[in-house]
Design a protein around this ligand. Structure first.
Ligand code: XLS
Ligand code: CA
Ligand code: CA
Length: 440
């Protein structure tokens, strides 16, 4: 097996004083923090689609980066991709990867042939995992790029298309289980609508739930113990995506009785598109007990589309890791870099430089989030702000000991309460975040 990146050394942690672009400044994979190595706190994953397949093609131009991996034949290329991906993971100390079925092996003339070719790549991945200790974080099926999915997959008006998607998902679950993946993702690529004039939304949502129930039943029947995830996104490619945001997805999961098997896979850029902060989406998931995994990237608040940039905004990674720590850390999930280098960053070296940027931003965010918790000023402020719920009438309301009549009597007796309010102190809290962040 040849080396694809002979000019790139194994990336070492050199510390924050280092100016070597091919070194980590903050991510020190084997440093033990709170009893486990940093790599296990962060559980970084490589995304097969962007890293191994994305060549910079956009609507205005062809690719700029060579992602042929030295092979013109698609079957041979699928195997070369595996070798190249494992070299990247090794050199970057990334322990996990994520895939769509068609990223691993393309679609061939028939479903049977596609399945057979995918099997061969999955077997090879299993060998490589065994030899290196690398793991699969999650798998998924690409039920959105082929023309058959133009009107959706699980939400297609065509029952035959639904059946085809089901077949693809069955195979992708087989691959995920075979590779020991701890997650299976549903991202509703075309599960939405362009116009309600041609759409039976009620039937489409019922069908989407039917497909997910079938996936759960099948996955559990072949021994899948991990989490199923829905990844919310409000728009793109369809005008309206059904899995709009975390709150919408929770309503859907509860309505259709899927809440036991599903968690959320939250992507930063999708939060931006939903006009939420990344922290908001994570907080909704966490406080409802649905926190699962993360697609780590960032969008551009000045743009209305999914730019999937490598995350470098430390303020965001800090607030993200604060949510992760408050959720008790990752169990089955991790931080998957659903991110691509910009089209102008086209050299092989850019793959490493962009991952280093993202990994360091998250390592820094993790360290900063731990400091915020240890500092305790923000948590104490929040606890104090809600102190009225600990005793007296607040404790009675929580204990269910009051009703509207009793509260009316209480309020009448108490009189005006505006003077008891205290400041929300937003600016002070933002300044504490800066204080902690920049005294690292
Ligand atoms: C697209 C999504 C997709 C999912 C996996 O916007 O982020 O890549 O993560 O299907
Ligand atoms: Ca994603
Ligand atoms: Ca995205």
């Amino acid at each position: 097996m040849s080396e694809f990146f002979s000019k790139i050394p194994k990336i070492q942690y050199e510390g924050k004083q280092s100016t070597n672009p091919l070194a980590f400044k903050y991510y020190n994979p084997d440093e033990i923090i709170d009893g486990k190595p940093m790599r296990e706190h962060l559980k970084f994953a490589l995304s097969w689609w962007h890293t191994m397949g994305g060549d910079g093609t956009d609507m205005f131009g062809v690719g700029t980066a060579d992602k042929s991996w030295g092979e013109t034949d698609p079957t041979k290329r699928a195997f070369a991709k595996v070798d190249a991906a494992f070299e990247i993971m090794d050199k970057l100390s990334i322990d996990y990867y994520c895939f769509h079925d068609r990223d691993l092996s393309p679609e061939y003339a028939s479903l049977a042939e596609s399945n057979e070719k995918l099997d061969a790549v999955v077997d090879y991945l299993a060998e490589k995992q065994k030899a290196t200790g690398k793991k699969l974080l999650w798998g998924t099926a690409k039920c959105f790029d082929h023309p058959r999915y133009m009107h959706g997959a699980g939400t297609s008006p065509s029952a035959d298309v639904f059946a085809f998607a089901a077949a693809q998902i069955k195979k992708a679950i087989d691959a995920t289980v075979k590779l020991g993946g701890t997650g299976y993702v549903f991202w509703g690529g075309r599960e939405g609508y362009e116009t309600l004039l041609n759409t039976d939304m009620g039937l489409e949502l019922d069908n989407m739930a039917r497909l997910m129930h079938m996936a759960v039943d099948y996955g559990r029947s072949i021994g899948f113990k991990g989490d199923f995830y829905i990844e919310p996104k409000p728009k793109e490619p369809t005008k309206h995506q059904y899995d709009f945001d975390s709150a919408t997805v929770l309503g859907f999961l509860r309505k259709y009785g899927l809440e036991k098997d599903f968690r959320l896979n939250i992507e930063a850029n999708h939060a931006t598109l939903a006009m939420h902060t990344f922290q908001h989406e994570l907080n909704v998931a966490r406080t409802n007990g649905f926190f699962g995994s993360i697609d780590a990237n960032q969008g551009d608040t000045l743009l209305g589309w999914d730019t999937d940039q490598f995350p470098t905004n430390v303020y965001d990674t800090t607030l993200c890791m604060l949510e992760v720590l408050k959720a008790g850390g990752f169990t089955n999930g991790g931080l998957n870099f659903d991110a691509k280098a910009r089209r102008g960053s086209f050299t092989p070296e850019d793959i490493f430089l962009s991952y280093i940027a993202g990994m360091d931003a998250f390592a820094l965010g993790f360290l900063a989030a731990r400091k915020l918790i240890a500092d305790g000023r923000i948590d104490k402020f929040v606890a104090d702000r809600y102190a009225s719920w600990k005793t007296g009438i607040g404790a009675d309301i929580i204990a269910g000991k009051t009703d509207l009549k009793a509260l009316s009597e209480y309020a009448l007796k108490k009189g005006e309460v505006v003077d008891s309010l205290t400041s929300g102190r937003q600016e002070m809290l933002e300044s504490i975040v800066n204080n902690v962040l920049f005294s690292l």
